[in-house]
Design a protein around this ligand. Structure first.
Ligand code: M6R
Length: 589
């Protein structure tokens, strides 16, 4: 995924780049680097590890530079694979994947060129260097190189001896911004926003030249384009942990606020046109990845139960290559916290091309997904820093349940109110702290299971993802009734099982699975509103959450599971905010 930043102006570039990179670290954090130009000469600083490893470079002189924080795709995370990558007088940072890098490298090597890294990016530096030496114009050199590249990229490129930054965008996000005598580029608006600045999100295929005088934009044929710049306001204060040890724990504590803000935001927004389209819809499709996919599963359960409209949920990465069938009157809902997930974007685009209106449910105002959608439903979770999605999941549920209720009522059916959910999530949060006591069973475990039926299964799957993502403990979220068809073979005394039982009509059935795993020696933990179940002799420990409409219960039952993952990760010495191998925003395939 990676985050890139670039700046040119009157102030020293190094501190601007480092502060910008810190805001982009959610995109990757295995290595980082900056290149700063002073008097025509470029100084490079690269380190393995987080952006903080580059603090020594903060004092570098020079008012123009580029920076990068990496999530490795090609080549191990190490200093020589960190960006900026360089060749000759060219230095560049890249977010994306160059799919024909191997073929291009082979061709370069045949001409005697030598590569210093294992990255796909370095080949772009070689191509740009070649064209730059031939023609001497940096913009034209970048454009010529891009014509040879297959894949995705957001580039920021500088050259020794030149006072300009050239950017290019294709299938990776890139925002440019300008202020008084300065210009910026970055992977997201947060890294370039500032008092008195205006910004513009570059379109796919566009190029930009940044100088102290301003920003010139060009289309794919290098014809000049004029775009509107919007106010990029005061720099949003970077979120802080406050009294919490980790962002993840703070963000779980913010779940009730995220739910309340999302619901009140929707009540105060005119979404009548969307509701009109929704109510004419015969089929609902959801495309999403990871946690957002799980919120889609929860939505399917609620939407079908309340409105009887057939709802399908697709993994966006599968959907985009599956030649999906979209019957007439299908509405597609693309769910994404970041609004930048490459697979979700591509799936939303495909649905639109096949005639479906697209609704984006996103947590970031100026994201790419909102720009391709016909309707935008914002979740108001506030910025989420921890890689593990927590409050954004609950905010997605709030938004999706809102749509499910509106749809049911629009079709003349009764649907329960969502008004009590913020208070109930608060109560679930207080009760959920009890899971800290379960931790010892998980730190010695070989693997774990999360079981449920119906909507409870959706919560179980999300709880399982949380646990494996930040504790690295193998874990599976499973349909309680399916366990006995093979998977039960994995269960023994070192396999803690968490059962989510919130639907009274299915409780006895799920408890059958509890009996089965208990009989194999597994310690059993319950998340339920039903006291009598919590007292069952098979149950090692339980958390009692408030009762609510079963279709909405994942909103509450997931909270103890988020807390469980957090406590287990801490007990195992993991960093819950920055799990290994992951990044917050997945802008590559
Ligand atoms: O930004 P998105 O919601 O599109 O991200 C989708 C997934 O990458 C994301 O939910 C991921 O699964 C989370 N890290 C899980 O906690």
């Amino acid at each position: 995924m990676c985050g890139i930043v670039a700046c040119i102006g009157k102030r020293r570039a190094a501190p601007i780049l480092l502060d910008g990179l810190k805001k982009l670290e959610y995109r990757g954090y295995d290595s980082a680097g900056i290149a700063v130009s002073e008097g025509g000469a470029v100084v490079l600083a690269r380190r393995k590890g987080a952006v903080s490893q580059l603090e020594f470079a903060r004092a570098y002189p020079g008012t123009m530079g580029i920076g990068h924080t990496r999530w490795a795709t090609h080549g191990a995370p190490c200093e020589r694979n960190a960006h900026p990558q360089t060749c000759g007088r060219i230095f560049l940072v890249h977010n994306g994947i160059l799919e024909n890098a191997a073929a291009l490298k082979k061709e370069c090597r045949e001409q005697g060129e030598v590569f210093a890294s294992d990255t796909d990016t370095e080949v772009a530096a070689h191509l740009i260097d070649r064209y730059f030496r031939e023609g001497g114009d940096l913009l034209h050199a970048v454009w010529s190189a891009c014509r040879q590249l297959v894949g995705s990229y957001a580039f920021a490129v500088i050259a020794e001896g030149r006072e300009e930054i050239v950017c290019a965008r294709r299938h990776s996000p890139l925002v440019v911004a300008k202020g008084d005598g300065e210009a910026y580029a970055a992977s997201d608006l947060g890294a370039v926003a500032g008092a008195g600045r205006t910004a513009c999100v570059m379109e796919d295929g566009e190029f930009a030249r940044l100088t102290q005088e301003g920003i010139a934009l060009f289309d794919a044929d290098l014809a000049s384009v004029v775009r509107d710049f919007f106010p990029a306001g005061e720099e949003a204060a970077a979120p802080e942990k406050g009294t919490f040890r980790h962002f993840m724990r703070k963000e779980i504590a913010q779940v009730p606020l995220a739910v309340e803000n999302t619901l009140s935001g929707l009540q105060n927004q005119d979404i009548s046109k969307l509701i009109e389209v929704l109510c004419q819809t015969k089929y609902l499709h959801v495309v999403a990845c990871g946690t957002a996919y799980h919120s889609g599963l929860c939505f399917k359960y609620a939407a079908e139960k309340l409105s009887r409209v057939p709802t399908e949920v697709f993994l966006a990465s599968e959907y985009r290559y599956a030649d999906p069938v979209l019957p007439d009157h299908t509405l597609t809902i693309a769910v994404s916290q970041s609004g930048e997930t490459a697979d979700t974007l591509a799936a939303g685009q495909l649905a639109g091309e096949r005639g479906s209106p697209v609704v984006a449910v996103t947590n970031v105002e100026h994201c790419s997904l909102n720009r391709i959608a016909d309707f935008v439903v914002p979740t108001c979770a506030g910025q989420e820093v921890a890689v593990a999605a927590t409050k954004s999941f609950n905010a997605q549920l709030a938004a999706l349940y809102y749509l499910a209720v509106a749809l049911a009522r629009g079709r003349g059916m009764r649907a329960p109110s969502l008004a009590g959910l913020p208070v109930l999530t608060h109560e679930a949060l207080l009760a959920g702290e009890g899971v800290a006591a379960w931790t010892p069973y998980f730190t010695v475990a070989r693997s774990a299971f999360f079981l449920g039926r119906g909507a409870d299964r959706c919560a179980a799957i999300e709880g399982s993802l949380k646990l494996k993502e930040i504790s690295y403990l193998p874990s599976e979220g499973y349909a309680a009734g399916e366990l006995k068809h093979g998977t039960l073979a994995l269960v023994d005394a070192r396999t803690p099982v968490v059962a989510v039982v919130c639907d009274e009509t299915l409780a006895d059935k799920t408890m059958n699975a509890v009996h089965e795993v208990y009989a194999r020696g597994a310690p059993v933990f319950l998340v339920t509103p039903f006291e009598e179940l919590a007292r069952s002799e098979q149950v090692t420990a339980s958390v009692l959450i408030p009762r609510c409409e079963p279709a909405f219960s994942p909103m509450l039952s997931v909270i103890p599971l988020q807390l469980l993952a957090y406590h287990v990760a801490l007990a195992l010495g993991r960093d819950p905010d920055k799990p290994r191998n992951l990044a917050k925003s997945v802008t590559v395939e």
